[in-house]
Design a protein around this ligand. Structure first.
Ligand code: CP
Length: 322
């Protein structure tokens, strides 16, 4: 796996990555996935590096997997949240970031409810910044782990496939980062959701918009169901939730209209019975837990690449335990 010096200090979204860079990260994640199956799941590659997990918004999957990823690479990981920190006393994002920087971390992983928060930090800090989800804007490591999951499922054959994204597109940073990346990988993207939860400029996006779920799902090679983001809804965007479920909840009958064997993805957390039928979430077609497992390996690849970007200019990644 040869790569000249990694050119990016930060990972803020998928739209600044080339196909070669994405392929590099996915290939490296594959090597780290193998380490995750060993009895001793730890390598010394980031020993002495510090990774701050600055999560000013709730998370289970992303925060835990970055923490596990850092620890499996022997980095020192430190957690900071909104509650229990001086953010709760009114300290600004800039002052919080400068305070963290003064402790000399190598990487800050940030989740924040404001779109642009990760870029704000990246422009002010010398260390690498990884966007773990900022407002509606971007969630690049989710998109990369989704691509990893699909690539494994399809045994590397990505180009020419079609994927349907169903649900709340407007509020979804996962959809935005995925659409950039899926297009880069040669995958056509369809979207379907309530009109009130489609962005106003959706016609300018590189997707095909469908008005009917049965038509949208017909023949697709994969389906990605999005969480209905109840915490981001503004009054009046939705009918009541039971009406939403009746019209937009993805079921096994819907998935049966996709291509045979089409996998079902969901970034989580899932609202069972609201955007996804409970039996579909647990069905053999569901890759939801594969996505979670891929998240650890993919985030190991990201932390490794940024943490070692100055040390390993053009060598093979050093991933074997010693
Ligand atoms: N998919 C995702 O970002 O999940 P968490 O909010 O649990 O991190």
């Amino acid at each position: 796996m040869i790569m000249t010096k990694w050119p990016h200090k930060d990972l803020l979204d998928t739209d600044h990555l080339t196909l070669a860079e994405v392929t590099y990260l996915l290939n490296m994640a594959r090597e780290f996935q193998e380490i995750n199956t060993r009895p001793v799941k730890k390598v010394p590659t980031l020993r002495g590096k510090g990774v701050v997990l600055f999560f000013a918004e709730d998370s289970t999957r992303t925060k835990t997997s970055f923490d596990v990823a850092g620890k499996r690479l022997s980095a020192d990981t430190f957690s900071l949240g909104k509650s229990g920190s001086s953010i709760a006393k009114g300290e600004s994002l800039k002052d919080t970031a400068l305070t963290l920087q003064a402790m000399s971390p190598d990487i800050i992983v940030i989740r924040h409810s404001s779109s642009g928060a990760a870029r704000f930090l990246a422009e002010r800090l010398a260390c690498s910044v990884v966007n773990a989800g900022d407002g509606w804007h971007a969630h690049p490591t989710q998109a990369l782990l989704d691509a990893y999951t699909l690539r494994e499922y399809w045994q590397g054959k990505m180009a020419g496939k079609t994927l349907l994204i169903v649900g709340d597109i407007t509020h979804s940073r996962v959809a935005r980062s995925n659409i950039h990346l899926l297009n880069l990988l040669g995958i056509s993207v369809r979207v379907f959701g309530p009109k009130t939860l489609l962005p106003r400029d959706i016609d300018a996006w590189p997707v095909s918009v469908y008005a009917n779920l049965s038509e949208a799902v017909a023949g697709v090679d994969a389906v990605m169901c999005l969480r209905l983001q109840l915490e981001r809804q503004q009054a009046g965007l939705l009918p009541d939730l039971s009406e939403y479920a009746a019209q937009f909840c993805l079921t096994r009958d819907h998935l049966a209209k996709a291509a045979p064997g089409a996998p079902l993805l969901h970034p989580g957390p899932i609202n069972r019975g609201l955007e996804i039928a409970s039996d579909l979430a647990d069905a053999p077609e569901s890759r939801i837990l594969d996505q979670v497992a891929a998240g650890v390996a993919l985030r190991m690849a990201v932390l490794f690449t940024l943490g070692m970007r100055n040390e390993y200019a053009s060598e093979e990644p050093h991933v074997s335990p010693s």
